[in-house]
Design a binder for this molecule. Structure first.
Ligand code: AHM
Ligand code: MG
Length: 321
């Protein structure tokens, strides 16, 4: 097992060495994500200040126009991922259609990402994050985005919380790295992350309970209350999933009357998180099928999400149809 404190770049290279046939493409791709998210992290850290300075004429200290943080994060991701030359195509929550970077013509991968998830939490100084999902380029058309989640080559997120952490998997377990802000390096802090078999927390927007389509869910949540569970709901998927990964329990965004397919997007929210939870020994389901087996039909498709410890997910499945 890799040593605590190992820096992310060395970790990526050592992982690459385990695969003698590897060309280094994935390592470059992951490093581009690392760089982009470090830059996003530094903007997130200044979010409050930018707002104050911005109000004086929409120009910040560097003389740049003040931009909404989610749009800025999107631009930073696009710039660095395109520039790496490893991505044939990019799709983002912030863009209607995917883009095919000039430099990525020979790229081996495609990537879907949510540049700044939970952005309604920016104004209140609550954790937000970036989520990404990488697949192989197969046909070199937009259809490459319609591959199931179990075919992901890598998936991960960066959480901009009380510290900045990058958590990712290439299908060989899950590892978490904490950014040392003094040197700007991600250091391995959470090697081989495993979700507890069972937790004590449920995480769901219970205000929607009357609108939930599957009434079995109401009974399931009641049963958790009777068993002494507590509730935590941040409203930033990255933060809620990060806690679930570490503490166990269940996180859910079910179908309701307002969002008949749930709210979360398959490609860049549900699927990468399902991949990580699965790699950490947990389960992720739409309630009807394993999230990783859902074949996407369009880029911004939504799915109901239930993910977490095995015990809670298996129990949930006995309540819902
Ligand atoms: P966003 O991508 O527009 O930020 O929306 C996604 C977020 C998730 O992070 C979170 O799990 C969910 O929306 C919360 O939704 P709600 O406020 O309906 O509970
Ligand atoms: Mg989002």
């Amino acid at each position: 097992m890799a040593e605590i404190g190992m820096d992310l770049n060395r970790f990526i290279l050592e992982e690459e060495r385990k695969h003698p046939q590897a060309t280094g493409s994935l390592s470059i791709a992951l490093t581009a994500i690392e760089t982009a998210t470090k830059i996003i992290a530094s903007h997130v850290r200044q979010a409050g200040l930018v707002d104050i300075l911005g109000k004086t004429g929409k120009v910040n200290v560097q003389g740049e126009e003040v931009q909404k943080l989610d749009e800025l994060a999107n631009e930073i991701m696009i710039e660095h991922l395109s520039d790496s030359g490893e991505f044939f195509a990019l799709s983002s929550e912030e863009m209607e259609e995917p883009i095919f970077p000039e430099k990525g013509k020979n790229g081996k991968y495609i990537i879907s990402f949510d540049p700044l998830d939970g952005s309604s939490n920016i104004d209140v100084n609550v954790s937000i994050g970036t989520i990404f999902s990488i697949h192989k380029k197969v046909k070199a058309t937009v259809e490459d985005f319609f591959q199931e989640g179990y075919k992901q080559v890598a998936a991960g997120y960066v959480i901009y919380g009380s510290s900045t952490m990058l958590v990712y998997s290439t299908g060989n377990g899950v590892n978490g790295f904490t950014l040392d802000p003094s040197v700007g390096t991600f250091l391995l802090s959470h090697p081989n992350m495993k979700i507890p078999e069972k937790g004590k927390i449920y995480s769901i927007n219970e205000a929607n309970a009357k609108k939930w389509i599957d009434k079995g869910l109401v009974d399931f949540i009641e049963s958790l209350k009777e068993k002494g569970y507590t509730t935590r709901y941040i409203g930033s998927m990255v933060a809620d999933v990060h806690r679930t990964l570490i503490k166990g329990g269940i996180f859910a965004y079910p179908a309701d009357k307002k969002n008949p397919n749930g709210k979360l997007r398959l490609l860049y929210e549900a699927s990468p998180m399902a991949f990580l939870i699965n790699q950490a020994g947990g389960m992720a389901t739409t309630g009807k099928e394993d999230i990783l087996k859902v074949k996407p039909e369009n880029i911004h498709q939504r799915v109901p999400v239930f993910l977490g410890s095995k015990t809670e997910i298996q129990e949930l499945l006995t309540y819902i149809s």
